[in-house]
Design a protein around this ligand. Structure first.
Ligand SMILES: [Zn+2]
Length: 303
């Protein structure tokens, strides 16, 4: 039986938002068993649980919103938390977008490592798939089949010859996530980057936080893995599946999927409760916020 986990101490990081280009700072705080992953938007004071009901998935990022508050580009942080099996944490954000850092989840993994991880007194719950669930959008599809572990078989296919067809197959454990998935950076094609910037997006994007691909070459330098592109799609999937709240036990197969289809699968799972069961403890404690609100003098924003 796995016990729930949280981080041992509060820790912070800062950077710029990929799309807004604005500086932002985040704090990760320990949280009691049963909390789940909850965002605390400092500007509005609102708390937004990382649940699909609050998610708006755009083609290029996942955003959590509640009332007037919105926090963009949450998927890489959620991916690190879920990839390392952190069940309970409060993410406090100053700004409206999670910093992009190097475009991968590796800096978040390092942050969690520095904070430390601790087991809690209550058993962890998993959502175990018992019957296959599939979502489609044209030629793109995403499927989850019964399995006692969480595994991924992800395929992408791009016309660009530098990306082409890539496939990643493997079980996602904290160890495999840390080594094989977390370092994979987000990517974009030079023509799309120009288009996004013309629409006021990707303002914080640079060659230091995004793999940029031209027709003939990788503009941003050496890749971290020959198949870094598909590994990043797995990273995004792990983050978007965190919107299920419970860690998934199932075998996921994906073809040319993305944030929108990932969230569609989450919704399809939650609306078909006869196709899964919760294993372990399934009770969630009411969120009582006994995390430190008074953090003393806050460091100045990074610019
Ligand atoms: Zn991503």
């Amino acid at each position: 039986m796995r016990l729930q986990t949280t981080i041992e101490s509060s820790i912070s990081s800062d950077g710029v938002g990929l799309h807004s280009g604005e500086p932002s700072r985040l704090w990760l705080h320990p949280a009691p068993a049963g909390t789940g992953i909850v965002f605390h938007h400092r500007g509005s004071g609102l708390r937004i649980p990382a649940q699909v009901d609050h998610a708006h998935e755009l083609s290029y990022a996942t955003r959590l919103g509640l009332a007037d508050a919105a926090i963009s580009t949450v998927e890489h942080l959620l991916s690190a938390l879920r990839g390392l099996r952190i069940d309970n944490v409060v993410v406090e954000i100053e700004g409206n977008e999670v910093p992009i850092l190097d475009g991968s989840a590796a800096p978040f993994v390092q942050l969690i490592d520095r904070a430390g991880v601790t087991s809690q007194e209550r058993p962890a719950t998993a959502l175990r798939i018992t019957r296959t669930i599939e979502v489609r959008d044209g030629e793109k599809w995403l499927r989850v089949e019964p399995a006692s572990t969480f595994s991924v078989d992800y395929r992408i296919s791009f016309d660009n010859p530098l990306v082409g067809f890539q496939r990643y197959v493997g079980e996602i454990t904290p160890e495999s996530y840390r080594d094989a998935i977390a370092p994979a950076r987000t990517f974009g094609f030079l023509k799309d980057v120009r288009y996004l910037k013309s629409r006021g997006l990707a303002r914080g994007g640079s060659l230091s936080n995004c793999v940029v691909v031209d027709e003939e070459r990788i503009v941003s330098g050496e890749l971290r893995f020959p198949d870094e592109f598909v590994r990043h799609k797995v990273l995004d999937l792990v983050g978007d599946l965190a919107l299920l709240e419970y860690p998934l036990e199932g075998a996921v197969t994906a073809y040319k999927a993305g944030h929108a289809l990932h969230a569609d699968l989450v919704r399809a799972i939650l609306s078909n409760p006869e196709r899964w069961e919760l294993v372990g403890s399934d009770s969630r404690a009411a969120f009582v916020a006994p995390y430190p609100m008074d953090l003393g003098v806050r460091p100045a924003l990074a610019v």
